[in-house]
Design a binder for this molecule. Structure first.
Ligand code: SF4
Length: 355
């Protein structure tokens, strides 16, 4: 969609942003790896007035998987179970090792692009036990729910590690020294849960809030809309109306509700957030890898010594503030999760930021 990358249009929005920029410093927060990619690769931060800051919150679905859940997947891979997952998960460190290490040590770890492939594998090899490591936000949960409702073979179970975005945003507002002035909400999550799922932020907290798409023009428009809200009062604006409706994808929401309950969940570097995770409903317990196997893992360590991912994940620092950034920690040799995934802030900055 070239009109959403049009330099002349971008310049005109930036002029409007400059004309609306307040005297004081303002900080807008997005919670999406794709937004961070757009912002950093397009150099949008360098085009904004210096007192408008855009920070990256916990929007990388791989980075926020707590070490203890990666440890569970590693344990399974080292105990005769075939672990199937997305490529980005392979090198994310658990407490001591990653799934890639488990594969090197002889574990059967396979990479797929969708859960459907995991189902096919389990069907094709009925003598083997398979576990699908189900990670991701509200966007990936409906596909997994749909597969579970189709009664996949019983030699496949699920290590569910889904997380929900709005509760993490609520938590961010409570971190006193971050001081967020507005939220840019992830358009793809909103296509599933609906724009109205973010209405709590302006309604209950008076927080300017915009649901935004992923092209440079989308992000600039979101910033402009947030600045207008700072002047006129907080509300929910939907910049991504070409894909996002108020109510979202009702069918996908129904699938999620049929298969998952909402529970508290740990986020790497953040800790436990109430109502921020999905767990399988009791009627699907046959597919719950945590019930099927007696997984034994030791105490978990989310953050390796010297790594600042816990600060990067909540947007408290930018990657260059970590002493390891592009020194001992690089995409080829990542120390923390934020450098592994293509949606991780450190990875994105290492590839695209001018630092
Ligand atoms: S640069 Fe590496 S060590 Fe530092 S915060 Fe990022 S991932 Fe962690």
């Amino acid at each position: 969609m070239t009109e959403f990358r049009d330099p002349a249009l971008a310049q005109s929005i930036i002029r409007k942003i400059k004309s609306l920029a307040p005297q004081d410093h303002v900080k807008f927060c997005h919670v999406c790896g794709t937004h961070e990619f757009t912002i950093t690769r397009s150099g949008l931060r360098t085009l904004l007035p210096s007192n408008i800051e855009v920070i990256a919150g916990p929007g990388c679905p791989v980075c926020i998987v707590p070490a203890e859940e990666i440890d569970e997947a590693v344990w399974l891979a080292l105990h005769g179970v075939t672990v199937v997952t997305f490529g980005d998960m392979l090198r994310v460190p658990g407490s001591e090792t990653s799934l890639s290490d488990a594969k090197t040590a002889g574990g059967d770890v396979r990479v797929v692009y969708s859960v459907t492939k995991a189902v096919e594998m389990a069907r094709a090899e009925p003598g083997k036990d398979f576990v699908f490591f189900a990670i991701g936000f509200e966007t990936t949960a409906p596909t997994n729910a749909a597969e579970i409702l189709r009664n996949p073979p019983k030699n496949l179970s699920f290590l569910v590690s889904h997380r929900l975005i709005p509760p993490a945003m609520e938590l961010l507002m409570g971190i006193g020294d971050i001081h967020i002035d507005g939220f840019i909400c992830p358009g793809h999550v909103a296509t599933v849960i609906g724009a109205d799922a973010f209405s709590i932020f302006p309604k209950a907290y008076g927080m300017p809030t915009v649901v935004a798409g992923f092209e440079p023009i989308d992000v600039l428009m979101a910033i402009l809309m947030l600045l207008k809200q700072l002047k006129e009062g907080a509300r929910l604006d939907n910049e991504y109306a070409r894909f996002v409706t108020k109510e979202g994808n009702v069918k996908a929401q129904r699938l999620i509700k049929e298969v998952f309950d909402v529970s508290g969940g740990r986020w790497r570097g953040i800790g436990r957030i109430p109502n921020s995770a999905y767990r399988l409903k009791d009627e699907f317990s046959d597919y719950d890898a945590r019930l099927k196997y007696e997984i034994k893992t030791g105490p978990a360590r989310d953050i390796a010594p010297g790594c600042s991912c816990h600060l990067v994940i909540i947007g408290k620092i930018n990657p260059p503030a970590c002493p390891m950034f592009l020194k001992t920690c690089k995409p080829e040799h990542p120390l923390g999760p934020c450098m592994v995934s293509h949606e991780g802030t450190c990875h994105i900055w290492s590839r695209h930021a001018q630092v």
